[in-house]
Design a protein around this ligand. Sequence first.
Ligand SMILES: [Zn+2]
Length: 188
Amino acid sequence: MEKMEVSKELVKKLLDGVISDQEVLRLLNSYKDEDRFQKYMELLQERVPWKDEILLRLSEHIYVVRKSSGERISKCSCGHEFGDYRVNWKLNCLINVRRTIQEMSEVYSPEPACPEPDWQEIREFFCPNCGTQLAVEVLPPGYPVQFEFLPDIDGFYRDQLGSPLPDADQYKYEDKSLELIKSWAKEG
Ligand SMILES: [Zn+2]
């Protein structure tokens, strides 16, 4: 297989969705260059208005970053901080729930395409700062908020990238969402 140098410019085009069919084929037919993740991270870093180091991108607007204090948090592209990345960031969003057929038909068309009320509800998650809709989930009422992705960041940097993070031993891989929910119970 042909080994192809993938320039930062090409990764930029990939990010912007303006890559040509020919370039897609070239990418598919070549070995992945070792520093592609690095180039991707650099490009993302150039596009956000803050300085915290991006460790991983979770979705279009959500990043796991390392703050200058060393803390690892999830953060919106607008700068809003959701706290420890091991807590489901959705729990710190503004949440709109659609339960009735009237509410659902505002976002589903035609009406027969709507989820069935009583069996399912639509939950919309918004950034409390910029108001961007960050996620949508359709689940039975009462079903826990889905934690879409709890990345093993240290395992990824160590095993996949071959360059362990300097603070690798400080973040145990665990879901800490319940700790937040328990703290709400105490407040109540
Ligand atoms: Zn935001």
